[in-house]
Design a protein around this ligand. Structure first.
Ligand SMILES: [Zn+2]
Length: 255
């Protein structure tokens, strides 16, 4: 069914929503209609264009600049997101994006989904005892805490810090790591652990996968090893070093 029909100089839009809109969605629809008023159809194939870069191609930089400019307009004060905590790290772009939205409190945990009008059981699938929110899921859930505890073991003071943390901005205050391999592994550990917890949570929800601590911890180590491939120094180590000497690497006693 056509979404739009051209009649004379105007366009009639037929959205065919599958349900009635909530009251709070009506203003969004009005805004959308105001934008669509300016739409003009041309003959030719449809293509995607990113409006905030000159090449019309998506770049993280252009999106960051645009969002930054908007937040400045709205709040009249400069809010600088700490770019070094995500964008400048040697981790894959999709993980940077994930960490960035996590720190901003916007990943789609059950509380955020329900706030957007879903009606989902808010219970955390990892512990089945408390409601799922970002800080709970990735830091304070009893299941996640066991992983943090096991992986941070030689640096217990960091683990105890976790209990006072109120949100993921905690990632920004991550302390430096020990020697060569240790500092590299330590630098990536927070990202790999949070990324893995998120993937495990999704596997639990969508595939009813069993959560095993051992597999999860090995996945964190494998992820770090994979991300370290951009570092030349990795050639002098083997993946099994991360398995066999984990605590030594983290404490700086090995590597
Ligand atoms: Zn939980």
């Amino acid at each position: 069914m056509e979404m739009a029909t051209v009649e004379g100089d105007g366009i009639i839009w037929n959205f065919h929503f599958r349900r009635n809109l909530f009251n709070w969605e009506q203003s969004d629809l009005d805004n959308l209609m105001a934008i669509l008023q300016r739409v003009v159809f041309y003959d030719g194939d449809d293509t995607w264009k990113w409006r905030w870069s000159r090449s019309c191609r998506f770049t993280v930089r252009s999106m960051y600049k645009e969002l930054f400019a908007r937040s400045r307009d709205e709040t009249r004060e400069i809010q600088v997101f700490p770019v070094e905590v995500t964008w400048e790290k040697a981790i894959p772009p999709k993980v940077k994006m994930f960490i960035w939205t996590t720190i901003l409190g916007r990943i789609l945990t059950l509380d955020n989904l329900n706030r957007r009008g879903q009606h989902l059981n808010p219970m955390c699938v990892m512990c089945n005892s408390l409601d799922e929110g970002i800080t709970h899921l990735l830091l304070h859930c009893s299941w996640s805490l066991r992983i943090w505890d096991a992986m941070l073991k030689p640096r217990e003071e960091i683990y105890f810090d976790l209990f006072m943390v109120e949100n993921l901005e905690w990632l920004i205050a991550w302390k430096p790591g020990p020697r060569t391999l240790g500092s590299k592994v330590w630098e990536l550990l927070r990202y790999a652990l949070i990324w893995t917890l998120w993937k495990r949570r999704n596997a639990g929800i969508f595939r009813q996968d069993n959560l095993s601590m051992r597999n999860t911890m090995n996945e964190v180590r494998a992820t770090i090893w994979f991300w370290l491939s951009v570092w030349e120094g990795r050639n002098t180590y083997r993946y099994c070093d991360l398995l066999n000497h984990w605590e030594g690497i983290i404490s700086g006693a090995w590597g």
